[in-house]
Design a protein around this ligand. Structure first.
Ligand SMILES: Nc1ncnc2c1ncn2[C@@H]1O[C@H](COP(=O)(O)OP(=O)(O)OP(=O)(O)O)[C@@H](O)[C@H]1O
Ligand SMILES: [Mg+2]
Length: 487
């Protein structure tokens, strides 16, 4: 049974065509993954299907009475002051007797009992996301649309979501956007690839679908080359006939030239479109650090409330060139530690005298959503308009994009903007909290390459196993109330 049908759907936002003439349907039982570069239009596609935006051309038809839930990529600000249980209860439309369902769903999602009365804004990213998924599951949707659900989540939570999607019957049909390859392979059965304004469908999960897609791209590039060669050959032949006609006053040769030229036009119109994906690199710059010690922590105890100690650190020293990775389950206090270090909020934390920190926090809080990109950028770095436009353009932000408000950028675009800002502060110590969240796969690889190239000193919190392995030099783990180096 078809739940949603897209017929001839096209979407443009702020004059940028995201996709054209898309046709596909979502059948009951489908488990579809969506991949594509940052800013290619994945979120906009899901929001259109969910009818959160209505700016498309063509038809998006829902089956009668369809319950469709969309779990968005960011966090809902309107929940900030509400407790986890309160949020879910507010979505129960029926009687008080239904309250058990809130506990049932929270239990199902592994949401800890002692977090249920905390306000949303005090939850860490992992729990926030889990709660958003719990809210969607609460109404037993026929179709669940998930926008990068594994960002912010540790491995245990990712495993939990895999279990919910794959092994339980709670979510029979879903479409999920993700840049997490192993997650996609675990839960999806088919894939939509959004690239160059077209959406290609494959009846396989990520790895197989991407392989086929690359093969198709290769074949199309080869056939394009073949056709271009043929066009060149025909052009030479037409030129020869034309010359022959002129030199020998031969109408026959001139007509032949015309015929060939006509044929060239027909062939040119059928040439497969050249791939136009523009991809500006992610680049970082860091100042050289002269002293040996960047940061020294001795005998630190970190608390979430005066009564509740999160963990203690006996000794942690960051030297020049060290890239420390801090790991631990969601909620163990990693971000609290980073905040304490940034603010040097304890006498136990001593930063070297010439340390210049650049921070990339999980929620990109340095980017005010309502500000215009260009203006914010000019003000932040005291640049004139042209300088700012040039710097933004070098990082892949066109003039039109630089005129958008930050909240109109896709999350990956925001992450790239935050990286550009980080670069312009010329830091010598990077503090990165989940830096690969929202970045597409090639941007993740670029960031890894930059950190390695610069041999930058950094303190990194990340659940992204591949990223950690590629950039980390020392590894600390928070467990059982202590933060210790894994040797
Ligand atoms: N409300 C809006 N107004 C103008 N432009 C928008 C708006 N929303 C999105 N865009 C633009 O449309 C493009 C696609 O955005 P979208 O969020 O759909 O991308 P995405 O594929 O989900 O990217 P990411 O991987 O970074 O999440 C981006 O260039 C973005 O800046
Ligand atoms: Mg998106």
């Amino acid at each position: 049974m078809s739940l949603v049908k897209l017929e001839g759907v096209s979407l443009s936002l702020s004059g940028k065509v995201l996709f054209k003439d898309v046709n596909f349907s979502i059948q009951a039982g489908d488990k579809i993954g969506v991949i594509g570069n940052n800013g290619s239009g994945k979120t906009s596609l899901l929001r259109s299907i969910a009818k959160h935006i209505n700016e498309h051309e063509g038809i998006i038809a829902h089956s009668k009475g369809l319950r469709c839930q969309y779990v968005e990529q960011g966090f809902p600000e309107q929940w900030d002051e509400l407790s986890a249980s309160g949020i879910l209860e507010s979505y129960l439309c029926d009687s008080v007797d239904d309250r058990w369902r809130v506990d049932y769903v929270l239990e199902l999602c592994g949401f800890p009992k002692d977090h249920r009365s905390l306000p949303f804004n005090q939850l860490n990213g992992g729990w926030k996301k889990t709660l958003m998924i719990a809210k969607a599951i609460l109404v037993e949707p026929d179709l669940l649309l998930l926008d990068e659900p594994t960002n912010h989540l540790d491995q245990d939570h990712i495993a939990n979501i895999i279990r919910l999607l794959r092994d339980s019957n709670i979510v029979p049909t879903f479409v999920v956007i993700s840049h997490n390859r192993s997650f996609l392979d675990s839960v999806t059965q088919s894939t939509l690839i959004l690239q160059d304004r077209t959406i290609s469908y494959f009846g396989f999960s990520f790895t197989q679908a991407r392989k086929l897609f690359l093969e198709q791209e290769h074949a199309s590039a080869c056939s394009r080359t073949e056709v271009m060669n043929e066009i060149q050959r025909l052009k030479k032949s037409a030129q020869f006939q034309r010359q022959l006609g002129v030199n020998n006053y031969s109408d026959k040769a001139l007509q032949k030239a015309k015929k060939i030229e006509k044929r060239i036009k027909i062939i040119e119109a059928s040439v497969p479109e050249k791939q136009t994906s523009r991809k500006a690199g992610i680049t970082l710059e860091v100042d050289e650090f002269k002293a040996r010690h960047i940061l020294r922590i001795e005998g630190l105890r970190l608390y979430s409330t005066p009564e509740h100690m999160l963990f203690a650190i006996e000794s942690l020293v960051v030297n020049r060139g060290d890239r420390l990775v801090i790991s631990g389950a969601n909620g163990c206090g990693k971000s609290t530690l980073l905040k304490a270090i940034i603010n040097e909020s304890s006498l136990s934390i001593k930063m070297g005298p010439s340390v210049k920190i650049a921070v990339l926090d999980q929620e990109l809080s340095l980017l005010p959503p309502g500000a215009e990109v260009l203006e914010f950028f000019m003000n932040s770095f005291e640049l004139d308009r042209q300088q700012a436009i040039n710097k933004l353009a070098a990082s892949g932000f066109s003039y039109i994009e630089s005129q958008k408000k930050i909240e109109q950028l896709s999350y990956g675009e925001r992450a790239r903007l935050a990286m550009l800002m980080l670069r312009l502060t010329n830091p010598n110590f990077l503090i990165l909290d989940e830096p690969t969240n929202h970045l597409d796969i090639s941007s993740q690889e670029m960031l890894e390459g930059e950190i390695q190239r610069l041999n930058a000193a950094a303190l990194i919190v990340s659940h992204d196993i591949r990223f950690i392995e590629n950039v980390g030099t020392r590894f600390f783990e928070i467990a059982d109330g202590r933060c210790r180096e894994r040797l």
